[in-house]
Each structure stands twice: as structure tokens, then as C-alpha cells.
Design a protein around this ligand. Structure first.
Ligand code: 13P
Ligand code: SF4
Length: 370
């Protein structure tokens, strides 16, 4: 049975040959036609990291928080074709009604960070943490996590966070319990906790593979924030050397990074925030200002193109793409739409009810406070 499930899934991964011979304009024309046919029955949200060729068709663009919020307001849409990654499509499914179907144009559009925390590891780690600290811990998870992890967190009284509300959510979490387990991005967790005045000595890293704490302080009992040992492989490609080089080359350059970057990078930069914060900061900046940006390449390139009056570069000169975000391309988008037009839903993202019911608790605790 499992092998059959896998084969069935595999079929949905395979893009029919004919999509490789269509020209870009042919694909765009067909997408426009299908969108016009479906009207408001079809809604296509797009994350800021999507390619230009895809984002131009998005009905709404946003960071993770905005995309989650907007999905709750799209009652008319029978189909939501999500231009983003798997955990975002899962969130959209959990926040929409049963009659609404969420589709991810390419099932390979995952997130390596979300894959760094699985349920088995989390349950085992949690048991060890409870043994050591007792019932003093509230779990929080970055939305960049699987529905199963969100569900675990919801079941234990915790909430999801995004890069734009992490500080507020951490403050709330400390009104509930003395300690926080922050999954799965150690960097966002560390950067946010530090902003709230928690010292590095009061944070420990939990290694889910070695099943042990990494802690250099004196007494583990002083720890207030337990950081899951996960990271974003895109944002880890920005380092302190990039900042030093830029500062030396052009002291007027302001450095603006995403908080998924390491603590050192965030501390050495001028500003940090979510993708929406980065976009707003650049849009509001005066003409002639100079910016080095530490985030995903599609967004940096778009900012360069859309702000010709400012000097904008990537903090890492070898721009960092998110390979999974890039899986959503015109051929996959058109294929999923043409299948829909023919009455077939491919790559349907459906979170099972048992998981959904607790994950929604975690999501709603965040949405109520955002
Ligand atoms: P935000 O758009 O919420 O800042 O998230 C960035 C990200 O890495 C999404 O995967
Ligand atoms: Fe995941 Fe990082 Fe890509 Fe965002 S940029 S989807 S966190 S791998």
C-alpha cells in the first residue's frame, strides 16, 4: 500500500513533456486565459521569494503572515493555487473551508528548514526537556514548519510565529510559561529573544539528532529559551565577512537583513525584519540611498529592478536563491491550472483532520495577536 501511495504521488511530480516546448509567451497567455475563465473562483497568493515570471500572476503578494491572513478572507475562491512552498500551502488549507481546495503547482517546493524538525524528534526531545525542566516550557514554532509540528505546538498550548510577529509572540509566550522551546529556526529564535533582553547565556540549543543540549553557560537551569537546531540554508549564506568587506568598501552602504540570518550577521547589520519589512524599508528610503540586502535572490533582484533611484546590492555577491521556492515556475503553474480547467485537481494539499484541529489552535493564537 505504501509503495502504491508513493507511485501515485510520483505521478503528480512528473510534468508532461509538452510543457517543455511551449514558449514563455504561450504559457503566459494560457495562464491569463484560465485565470479569466475562473474569475474569483480561483485565487493565487504569491510569496515575495517567487520568481518574477510567477509573481506577476499573483492575486496577492505577501510575507508569510500576510499570506496566512489573506487566505482566511478568500471565501469565494474554490481553488487556491499557492505560489510558495509546501508549509505555506498547508497553512492555507488549514485556514480555509472544506469546500476550498489548495494546490501546490510543484510538490517538490518544500522548505529545508521545515524538514529539520519532525514529529518523532520533537516528541522525544520534549519528553527529555520535560524530564529536566518539568512543566515550565511553552512551545512556539516558526510557521516554516510542517503541519504536524504546528499541531504538536497547538496541543501543548503554544502558537506559531512569523518573522513579523516573533517578538510579540515571544512576549506573550512568557506570560504563559517560564521557558520557551522555539522550533525550528535557531537564528530567528536567538535574534528575537536577544531583542527582548534575554542574554545568550539564557539560551541553549537543542540538537534533535544527537538528542542533547548545546550550552556553554554555567547552569542549564538558567535557560529561558531552548532553540531547536534548525536553520535556513539560504540565509546562512550571509556572513560577517560580507558585512566587513562592504563596510570597508563603502561606509555609506546600509545593511538590511532577514532575521533568519545568524546572530552575528543580524548584530552587525543596520536593520533586520521580515520580507515585507525589507520591501517597505527600501520603498520608503530616499533616492540615492545605498543598501546591501541579506535575503533571497528573487526578492533582492526585484528590489534592484523596482528601485532604480537607489543603489541596491546583495549582501552576498553570489546571490542566494531558495531552490525550493524556485520550483514553482511557469510550466508547473500552467500545468496545474490546465489540469484544473479539465476538471482534475493535481497536487492537492490536504492536512488530515486530527493534525489540523490542533495546528489551527496554534495558528489562531498567532492570528488573534497579529
Ligand atoms: P517572511 O516572508 O515571513 O519574512 O518569511 C521568509 C521566508 O523564509 C519564507 O520562507
Ligand atoms: Fe525555507 Fe529558507 Fe527557502 Fe524560506 S528561504 S522557504 S526558510 S529554505
Amino acid at each position: 500500500m505504501e509503495a502504491l501511495d508513493f507511485l501515485e504521488k510520483e505521478q503528480t511530480f512528473t510534468l508532461p513533456e509538452r510543457y517543455s516546448v511551449l514558449t514563455e509567451e504561450e504559457m503566459k497567455q494560457r495562464i491569463r486565459e484560465i485565470k479569466a475563465t475562473f474569475g474569483d473562483q480561483l485565487f493565487m497568493p504569491g510569496h515575495h521569494y517567487q520568481k518574477d515570471e510567477v509573481i506577476e500572476f499573483a492575486d496577492a503578494r505577501g510575507d508569510s503572515l500576510k499570506l496566512a491572513q489573506i487566505c482566511t478572507e478568500m471565501e469565494a475562491a474554490r481553488f487556491i493555487v499557492f505560489c510558495g512552498v509546501h508549509f505555506m500551502a498547508e497553512t492555507a488549507d488549514m485556514l480555509t473551508e472544506d469546500h476550498q481546495k489548495v494546490i501546490l503547482p510543484d510538490m517538490r517546493a518544500g522548505c529545508s528548514m521545515a524538514d529539520m524538525a519532525d514529529l518523532d524528534q520533537t516528541e522525544k526531545g520534549w519528553a527529555e526537556m520535560q524530564g529536566r525542566f518539568g512543566d515550565t516550557i511553552l512551545p512556539l514554532t516558526y510557521v516554516n514548519s510542517t503541519a504536524a509540528i504546528k499541531s504538536f505546538v497547538g496541543k501543548h498550548g503554544g502558537a506559531t510565529v512569523t518573522s513579523s510577529n516573533a517578538k510579540k509572540m515571544l512576549e506573550w509566550a512568557f506570560t504563559q510559561k517560564d521557558r520557551i522551546l522555539f522550533l525550528p529556526d535557531q537564528h530567528l529564535g536567538r535574534n528575537t529573544a536577544f531583542d527582548l533582553g534575554i542574554s545568550l547565556d539564557e539560551m541553549a540549543v537543542w540538537d534533535p539528532i544527537g538528542r542533547r543540549f548545546e550550552y556553554e553557560g554555567e547552569d542549564l537551569q538558567n535557560v529561558k529559551v531552548i532553540l531547536w537546531k534548525g536553520h535556513c540554508s539560504v540565509h546562512e549564506k550571509f556572513n560577517i565577512k560580507h558585512i566587513e568587506n562592504l563596510r570597508k568598501k563603502d561606509p555609506e552602504m546600509q545593511i538590511l537583513v532577514h532575521p533568519e540570518c545568524t546572530y552575528d550577521v543580524v548584530q552587525a547589520s543596520d536593520l533586520d525584519g521580515s520580507t515585507s519589512f525589507i520591501i517597505n524599508t527600501i520603498e520608503k528610503a530616499p533616492a540615492g540611498s545605498k543598501w546591501a540586502i541579506g535575503t533571497e535572490m528573487n526578492l533582492v533582484n526585484r528590489l534592484i529592478k523596482e528601485n532604480p533611484d537607489k543603489e541596491i546590492v546583495s549582501l552576498n555577491p553570489f546571490l542566494c536563491p531558495c531552490l525550493t521556492m524556485n520550483r514553482i515556475d511557469l510550466p508547473h503553474l500552467l500545468w496545474s491550472l490546465e489540469m484544473l480547467e479539465s476538471g482534475e485537481v493535481v497536487n492537492h494539499i490536504k492536512v488530515e483532520e486530527e493534525v489540523r484541529k490542533y495546528a489551527v489552535l496554534a495558528l489562531n493564537r498567532m492570528l488573534e495577536r497579529s
